[in-house]
Design a protein around this ligand. Structure first.
Ligand code: TXA
Ligand code: MG
Length: 341
C-alpha cells in the first residue's frame, strides 16, 4: 500500500516530514514535491534502497540518478570539486537552491547504483520547502529520479505520481503542484561546461555567468547511442498517443484537418488553439507564456491520453529561456520527429 500524506508546501508539518524521513532511513521509497517535478526518493547512500527506485519505476539501471542535497556545502561530500570551485561558487550564488543539477566526479561514498556504474555523479539542491525539510530530516543525500514510470511524462502533482506508482512505493508527500513543471537543467562540469539537459534554469542565464556552454552533439540525439547523459534516450516523457510535432503554428489548421477523424487532441498555447476553431477535437490549453506552459505540459499529455486520444498535435516554441526545455520534452515525446510540411 502507498500512503498518501497531504502536507503544506509552505510550512511542511514536522510530524509528516519525520514520518517520511523514517521511511527513507528504513530503506523505503518516498515520492515528494520539488520545485521542478515530483521526485521518487531513497537514501542515496544505501545501494539496496536505491535499487528499489529502479524496480518501482521499471527504469533501466543504466540510467543514473540525481542526488538531492540539503545545501551547497554538501557537494564536496559526494563530488570532487577540484578545478571547478569558482564555477560552482558563481552558479550556486545565482541558482541554488534551485533547478540546476551539476555533474561532477563522484566521491567513493556514492554507491555505483546511483551513478549507473559511472565515475561521475549528478547532484542538486532543491528549493521546495518539503524537499529541503525531508533531506534535512533524513540526514542523507536523497537519490531521486522523477516519480513516474519509466518513459512516461514526469509528474507535477501527487495524483500523477499515484497514477503510475500506487502500490509500488511506500509514501507520497502531497504538497500540491510543482511550480516550474519541467525538470532541472543538467550541466556537466567534467570538462568544458556542457548542457546535458535543458530545464528549469535557462542556458542563457548560465552562460551570462560562466561563459559559453557546449551543447551535446546533434548526432547523439539522432543515433540514440553513446549519449553523454545516459538518460537522454529519445523516447522519453511520452504520452501513449502518438505525438505529432510541428515546427511552429504555421500549418496547424491544415494538419489538424488531416487528423480530425482520428481521436485527435490539441496540446497548444491558447493563441494557437484559436487557429483551430470549431473542430470537434480534444483541447488542452497550455496557457500563454513559457512558465505557464511548463507547468501544464506533462499534465496535458496525461490528460489527453486519459481522454482516449490516439494522436496529439503540438508545436515547437522559440528556443530561448524555458522554451528550450519545452522543445526538448516535446521532441522526445515525439520520438525525435518533427513533421515537415
Ligand atoms: O528536476 C529534476 O531533475 C527531477 C527532480 C525530481 O529533481 N529529477 C529528474 O531525475 O528529472 P531523472 O532521473 O528523471 O533525470 C535525471 C537526468 C537523466 O537524464 C540522467 O541521465 C542524468 O540526469 N544524469 C544523472 N546522473 C548523471 C551522470 N552522472 N552523468 C550524466 N547524466 C546524469
Ligand atoms: Mg525522469
Amino acid at each position: 500500500m502507498t500512503q498518501h500524506l497531504v502536507i503544506s508546501a509552505f510550512q511542511p508539518e514536522p510530524a509528516l516530514i519525520l514520518e517520511a524521513a523514517r521511511v527513507i532511513s528504513a530503506g523505503g521509497l518516498v515520492a515528494f514535491p520539488t520545485e521542478t517535478v515530483y521526485g521518487l526518493g531513497a537514501n542515496g547512500l544505501d545501494a539496496v534502497a536505491v535499487q528499489k527506485i529502479f524496480i518501482a519505476k521499471k527504469r533501466p539501471s543504466s540510467d543514473p540518478l540525481i542526488l538531492h542535497l540539503e545545501d551547497v556545502t554538501q557537494f564536496s561530500s559526494v563530488a570532487a570539486l577540484a578545478g571547478v570551485e569558482h564555477l560552482i561558487e558563481r552558479l550556486a550564488k545565482a541558482f541554488m537552491p534551485g533547478a540546476l543539477t551539476l555533474v561532477l566526479p563522484k566521491q567513493k561514498i556514492v554507491p555505483l547504483e546511483v551513478t549507473a556504474g559511472g565515475s561521475s555523479v549528478a547532484a542538486r539542491v532543491p528549493a521546495h520547502p518539503v524537499a529541503a525539510a525531508l533531506i534535512k530530516a533524513s540526514g542523507v543525500p536523497i537519490a531521486a529520479p522523477s516519480a513516474n514510470l519509466f518513459s512516461r511524462p514526469s509528474p507535477t502533482t501527487a495524483d500523477m505520481v499515484l497514477e503510475d506508482l500506487t502500490g509500488r512505493i511506500d509514501l507520497v508527500l502531497d504538497g500540491g503542484s510543482a511550480h516550474i513543471g519541467v525538470e532541472s537543467t543538467v550541466l556537466s562540469l567534467l570538462g568544458a561546461p556542457t548542457l546535458l539537459r535543458p530545464g528549469g534554469v535557462a542556458l542563457e542565464d548560465i552562460e551570462a555567468l560562466i561563459g559559453e556552454v557546449l551543447l551535446p552533439h546533434e548526432a547523439i540525439l539522432e543515433a540514440n547511442t553513446a549519449q553523454p547523459s545516459p538518460g537522454m534516450l529519445l523516447k522519453h516523457y511520452s504520452p501513449k498517443a502518438k505525438l505529432l510535432l510541428l515546427e511552429n503554428s504555421e500549418h496547424l489548421l491544415e494538419v489538424a484537418k488531416i487528423y480530425q477523424h482520428e481521436k485527435l487532441g490539441l496540446l497548444l498555447p491558447n493563441s494557437s488553439l484559436e487557429l483551430v476553431p470549431d473542430m470537434k477535437v480534444e483541447r488542452f490549453d497550455l496557457g500563454s507564456d513559457f512558465p505557464s506552459i511548463a507547468t501544464r505540459l506533462f499534465a496535458g499529455m496525461r490528460s489527453l491520453d486519459k481522454a482516449g486520444c490516439t494522436h496529439i498535435l503540438a508545436h515547437q516554441f522559440t528556443s530561448s529561456g524555458l522554451g528550450r526545455a519545452l522543445n526538448d520534452r516535446l521532441f522526445r515525446a515525439a520520438e525525435g520527429q518533427i513533421l515537415k510540411y
